[in-house]
Design a protein around this ligand. Structure first.
Ligand SMILES: [Zn+2]
Length: 583
């Protein structure tokens, strides 16, 4: 069940209690670092196995006995975790409820773009950013509206709607933020923190930017590393590197994360091809192009999004399918509103499989893979789980694919034909010890050629039970031998513009240094006068190191002030999100 054991993410926490948040300088997110015997990821993996479910980013609360809160991370001893629980709406604050609702993939989302300039570098102009995100014929706003048929509307932030800060001149939705730093001695994480702090405290004067917008997109200047963009699953902030803020596919990908979509890949594993290799939709690779490619999301995501009401089908292969073929019709997302009766935009089969027809036309004309093919995806967890999907197969007409539903049931998918240029007809059947025989079939083709002409072949005097073949339940599988179960990546040479370089942006995530912790200040209750025992301590963080790759061998040693004493957050709630560090 645990899908995310690759190294593409880390976990961060946000304190939900506003008072605590203030006490810890109002931060939004802190990286979770585990101390003690058990690794935090290991803990989560075990939790998933024990509970037979996925840890849900943005939807669960971690309850802790205590944690140590530092400038840039939170240290957690897994022995001090009391549990992971669902949000309890009845007990949640209005802020939590508001944030929960953000994970929704429907509704109107006011979107604020923070255009970040440092002293030495600036991203594209506010006017350009505004056009590329809200104005162009193909941009985040217009494409999200098309793909969702208006169920998710991106609305640019405007002065006076929810907050009174003006936008940049002629740039609806965009607010300029200047950070009085240089890029060469800061990294994207520091800048993200500082931008949010400045925006909240100095510009908007609010405890949370959520008061002003449902989604916040931070457009960073160049010079902060080679990343493309990143976001938090189910959380309202996404961050873009320079011109990637203008890229339609990067916008749709990162905002996709904000509405709880995870990556679309090919097989399990950690390579970029495996992670992003389902190029049908935006949760695969992103492309360094302003207005293309025009596409949407794959069938697994489409079910999760809930945008295609009435065209979402679900069948139980144990009870709804039998050993003979059952027909279904699939439509592409572009035909949602003019599809044929009974056709599905996404058809869920069993717990984890989703079928769709990837019609490449209209606003999906730019799909990068499996054009006009029937596609089969697998996504674990519940329908709404923010888990990865992988592509199982792309089928052309007359091709078929067999997959194992479980040890006692196999599913065969046959793409029979395309009707009316839009209705992809598929036949599904099952086999295996748990497969149901088709009730209507067996009795009808009874022995029609009885021994009516009996005595013709005489040598055998006895009545041999003649009909050797007919009663055998009809040809179950019309010779559709699985044509090519190895759906070879269509065009491997189609080198995705960016991917390999942006993986290792910050592998060395903040030196953990558990040994660095001042040994238990509580341990010395002797004299209160003993105050300055634990003076502000500093630690040297070589966060400049990853940038040495593209910074001419520079080694920066930035100093961060550590909190003076160990902070105990007893029984406090941490709001957990999964951060996608690479993109
Ligand atoms: Zn991503």
């Amino acid at each position: 069940m645990f899908q995310d054991d690759s190294s593409d993410f880390e976990w961060v926490c946000s304190l939900e209690d506003p008072n605590l948040k203030n006490e810890f300088s109002g931060f939004e997110m802190r990286l979770i670092v585990s101390v003690g015997d058990e690794d935090f990821l290991e803990y989560l993996k075990n939790w998933e196995q024990d509970n037979n479910r996925i840890v849900e980013s943005g939807k669960m609360v971690m309850v802790l006995e205590e944690a140590d809160v530092f400038r840039d991370h939170i240290e957690i001893d897994t022995n001090k975790i009391k549990g992971l629980v669902e949000y309890d709406d009845s007990q949640a604050s209005s802020e939590i409820l508001e944030r929960r609702s953000l994970a929704a993939s429907t509704g109107i989302h006011t979107t604020l773009v923070l255009r970040v300039s440092l002293q030495d570098k600036a991203p594209p102009s506010a006017v350009n950013l505004s056009e590329d995100i809200f104005g162009d014929q193909y941009c985040l706003k217009s494409q999200m509206s098309r793909c969702s048929y208006g169920k998710l509307e991106i609305k640019e932030y405007r002065q006076g709607d929810r907050c009174n800060v003006p936008t940049a001149t002629n740039a609806p939705g965009v607010v300029d933020i200047s950070v009085p730093w240089n890029t060469f001695n800061h990294n994207k994480d520091d800048v993200e923190d500082e931008v949010i702090r400045i925006a909240k405290e100095e510009i908007f004067g609010t405890s949370s930017l959520r008061n002003c917008a449902d989604l916040v997109m931070i457009c960073m200047p160049p010079g902060l590393g080679s990343f493309v963009a990143y976001a938090y699953l189910g959380h309202y902030i996404s961050v873009y590197n320079n011109h990637w803020c203008q890229s339609l596919s990067a916008q749709m990908h990162e905002v996709g994360h904000s509405i709880s979509l995870h990556h679309s890949g090919q097989y399990g594993g950690g390579s970029s091809e495996q992670e992003y290799g389902d190029k049908q939709g935006y949760m695969g690779y992103s492309y360094n192009q302003d207005d293309t490619p025009a596409m949407c999301y794959n069938a697994a995501k489409n079910y999760q999004l809930g945008w295609y009401e009435g065209k979402e089908g679900e069948i139980d292969p144990y009870t709804d399918l039998c050993t003979g073929p059952t027909r279904f019709m699939l439509n592409g997302v572009v035909d949602y509103q003019n599809g044929s009766p009974g056709a599905y935009v996404t058809l869920k089969v069993g717990g984890f499989w989703y079928l769709g027809f990837n019609k490449a036309s209209g606003f999906n004309v730019g799909t990068q893979e499996a054009k006009n093919q029937v596609t089969i995806h697998k996504k674990e967890g519940s329908v709404t789980s923010a888990s990865k999907s992988k592509i199982e197969a792309d089928l052309s007409v007359a091709q078929s694919y067999a997959l194992e539903i479980s040890s006692d049931l196999d599913l065969l998918v046959v793409y029979v034909e395309l009707e009316n240029g839009k209705d992809a007809v598929v036949e599904l059947s099952v086999s295996g010890s748990a497969a149901m025989a088709c009730p209507s079939e067996a009795p009808t083709d009874a022995p029609t050629d009885e021994p009516t002409d009996n005595p013709t072949d005489k040598p055998t005097d006895e009545l041999t039970d003649a009909p050797v073949e007919p009663p055998s339940n009809a040809p179950v599988e019309p010779t559709n031998a699985p044509v090519d179960p190895t759906n070879a990546p269509v065009e491997p040479t189609n080198a995705p513009v960016e991917p390999p370089t942006n993986a290792p942006v910050e592998p060395t995530n903040a030196p953990v240094n558990p040994t660095n912790a001042p040994v238990e200040p509580t341990n010395a209750p002797v004299q209160p006068t003993n105050a300055p025992v634990d003076p502000p301590s500093y630690r040297c963080v070589d966060r400049g190191l990853p940038r040495a790759w593209n910074g001419g061998g520079r080694f920066n040693c930035a100093f961060y002030k550590k909190r003076k004493s160990r902070q105990m957050c007893k029984h406090n709630f941490l709001f957990c999100h999964k951060i996608l560090s690479s993109h």
